[in-house]
Design a protein around this ligand. Structure first.
Ligand code: Z5A
Length: 212
């Protein structure tokens, strides 16, 4: 993608809610530590104190809901801080970075879900972010299955309270992005058991690491 620097040691996890990213992230972290590598695990929105405050604004339900445009800009404000304060320093010391969500989520949720202009998102990506992961693992699970899993958590944040049609657009956008960038994305069948999903993810990371 033009204007973006791809960092091979940056790995992102993407997928709809309840896809199982948290479980996979833990397995990837253990794999890299067992390899003797330095690894920083982080998440979006969030990953720095300021970005975590922005996360609270974005996901909280006890204040005025942001417009779609404000939501997008807040996601990118958090990401701009996250890149500079957490991701770049880790990359500079040659650590791996594993992020639970990154810019693909803005294309999927604010672009696909909310219908915001993709060119606007791409401009924000170029000007406020400037980097992209070398490897993105997309955990693919049907919307109804993911939502059922997530409902077991007991609390519903502002974005999770959207309708199934919103999440279907998110899902379809993720798959379209994976099809458009097969060199970066690996799509994993996340309807499998947690152990099988984690094993697939580790196998992809091992192959990627061996290729560097
Ligand atoms: N968002 C956005 O709109 N734009 C952006 O640019 C960014 C984010 C960066 C982040 O909230 C929200 O922000 C998210 C996207 C939006 N909104 N939504 N919806 P979050 O990080 O709190 O939400 P999430 O990423 O969707 O988290 P999640 O639902 O917890 O997903 P997960 O981490 O992939 O799932 P999990 O916690 O690993 O598992 C969920 C449950 O399923 C749990 O009970 C597990 O035990 C169970 N599980 C996991 N895997 C399996 C398998 N394989 N089988 C059965 N059960 C499983």
């Amino acid at each position: 993608m033009s204007g973006l620097v791809a960092h091979p040691r940056m790995v992102t996890l993407e997928g709809g809610e309840g896809a199982g990213k948290s479980t996979v992230l833990a397995a990837l972290r253990i794999f890299l530590i067992e390899c003797g590598d330095d690894v920083v695990c982080t998440r979006e929105p969030g990953g720095t104190p300021l970005a975590e405050l922005i996360r609270d604004l974005l996901l909280g339900r006890d204040h005025e809901p942001p417009s779609a445009e404000a939501e997008l800009l807040l996601m990118f404000a958090a990401r701009a801080q996250h890149v500079r304060e957490t991701i770049q320093p880790a990359i500079e010391r040659d650590a791996w970075v594993i992020s639970d969500r990154f810019t693909d989520a803005s294309y999927a949720y604010q672009g696909g879900g909310r219908g915001l202009d993709v060119d606007f998102i791409a401009a924000l990506e170029r000007h406020a972010v400037g980097i992209q992961p070398g490897l993105t693992l997309l955990l693919d699970v049907p919307v109804v299955v993911g939502r059922e899993r997530a409902s077991g958590r007991g609390h519903v944040d502002r974005i999770e309270s959207e309708q199934d049609t919103f999440f279907q657009r998110v899902h379809d956008t993720y798959l379209a992005r994976a099809a458009a960038e097969p060199q970066r994305f690996r799509v994993i069948d996340a309807t499998q058991t947690p152990q099988a999903v984690a094993a697939d993810a580790v196998a992809h990371l091992r192959a990627w690491r061996d290729s560097l």
